[in-house]
Design a protein around this ligand. Structure first.
Ligand SMILES: *Cc1c(COP(=O)(O)O)cnc(C)c1O
Length: 375
């Protein structure tokens, strides 16, 4: 067993130079204003708005609360229509947000090449109870935004994208967050871009600004007035400062990821039974994850490969496995057999280590093992 190597994690949080962060937080010792929409919060919001070409943006304490915030601000379900069409091939957050807001998730299947929601399986699920579509740009891969919008327009539905994986992604030259009524982003430590924890809603309708900003601060609308039953989801100044620093280096960080992706691609593309995930031509990707899909032609099962890599100190993830519909908290209500493509992908997917400082010789070592796992 080759355990002499350093342990390689599936991801590693990106940090700015230490001194740069210290410079950034110094003013906080003057102002003592460390949360509640201070100077750093304001500056971070403006920088993001420009970088993402967002019409409007509201920062949140994390991606999940941003998602709950926009579902609340759009008042989905208030007219009795409570069904939200979404994908089971995602992280727990997407479905939990829908359910926690008193709405019903309705699961459409995914496309077998892109792993994003399949527009042709959306329409047959629409009923008089449907209020919205909530797709996910899985691994930063843009959904079929044009077809989804067409369906939404035809049936008068809102479209909210879970863009937690898609920071900085473009589709046909346009920022991915410009599609649909709103998109949520996550700035969690494990994502392409982080503010330690953090998130945002990017949205088209300026009227949503007030409810979104007030919802994250207990619904407080003035010194002596509270108009909404809001929660607390404010991004603090230390997180905003981390976001400001990391944003200065984002292009460099994505460029490093691209090199790693290309090294993996070159090594693994021709291996029988392995499909390396490819981004569509019209997308500017962010290389957030490194998923490979195995089929019967490969010499091992997904779980066997996972174990062999782990024995060699290479930590991968079965991301996304299990499907949301197979979670203990959902399996009695939903069936993963209704979404056979998603089920198959979940059973055969493996995401490999991917982060900007992953050395290229480690990528080669990982690929050698995948090519000859029993050597
Ligand atoms: C990370 C993630 C979220 C939640 O973001 P947090 O910032 O961790 O709350 C939501 N959806 C998807 C698909 C994610 O990967």
């Amino acid at each position: 067993m080759a355990t002499s190597h350093k342990r390689i994690s599936v991801t590693q949080a990106t940090l700015p130079p230490f001194d740069e962060y210290i410079e950034e937080i110094k003013p906080l010792w003057e102002s003592h204003w460390i949360t509640n929409m201070g100077e750093k919060h304001h500056e971070f919001e403006l920088m993001l708005k420009e970088y993402l070409n967002a019409e409007n943006i509201s920062l949140y304490t994390n991606g999940h609360s941003a998602l709950e915030g926009i579902l609340e601000a759009l008042q989905l379900g208030a007219d009795g229509k409570k069904n939200v069409i979404t994908t089971p091939y995602t992280f727990a957050s997407t479905t939990h947000a829908i359910v926690r807001k008193g709405l019903n998730p309705v699961f459409a299947d995914i496309n077998e090449t892109t792993f994003t929601i399949d527009p042709s399986s959306i329409e047959e699920l629409i009923t008089d109870d449907t209020c919205a579509i909530l797709p996910v740009h899985v691994y930063g891969n843009p959904c079929d935004v044009e077809s989804i919008q067409q369906i939404a327009d035809k049936h008068g539905l809102k479209v909210i994208y879970d863009a937690a994986h898609a920071f900085g992604v473009k589709w046909k030259g346009e920022s991915i967050i410009r599609f649909g009524d709103a998109s949520i982003l996550s700035f969690h430590a494990t994502k392409v871009f982080n503010s330690i924890e953090g998130g945002a809603v990017c949205f088209a309708d300026t009227d949503l600004e007030k409810p979104l900003n007030q919802w994250k601060n207990f619904g407080i609308t003035g010194p002596e007035s509270v108009e909404y039953i809001g929660g607390n989801a404010k991004l603090n100044e230390f997180s905003a400062a981390m976001g400001i620093c990391n944003l200065r280096h984002i292009e460099e960080s994505i460029a490093k990821r691209k090199k790693i992706f290309e090294a993996y691609f070159e090594n693994l593309n021709e291996v029988p039974g392995i499909r390396v995930f490819k981004f569509p031509q019209d997308a500017k990707p962010n290389y957030s994850y490194m998923p490979i899909l195995l089929d019967e032609e490969y010499v091992l099962t997904r779980n066997e490969l996972f174990s062999i890599l782990a024995e060699n100190s290479i930590l991968t993830r079965k991301y996304f496995f299990p499907l949301v519909t197979d979670y203990a908290c959902y399996k009695d209500k939903f069936s993963s057999s209704n979404t056979p493509v998603a089920k198959k992908v979940a059973d055969n997917i493996l995401t490999l280590p991917m982060y900007p400082d992953l050395p290229l010789d480690e990528v080669d070592r990982i690929c050698k093992l995948i090519k000859n796992p029993r050597s």
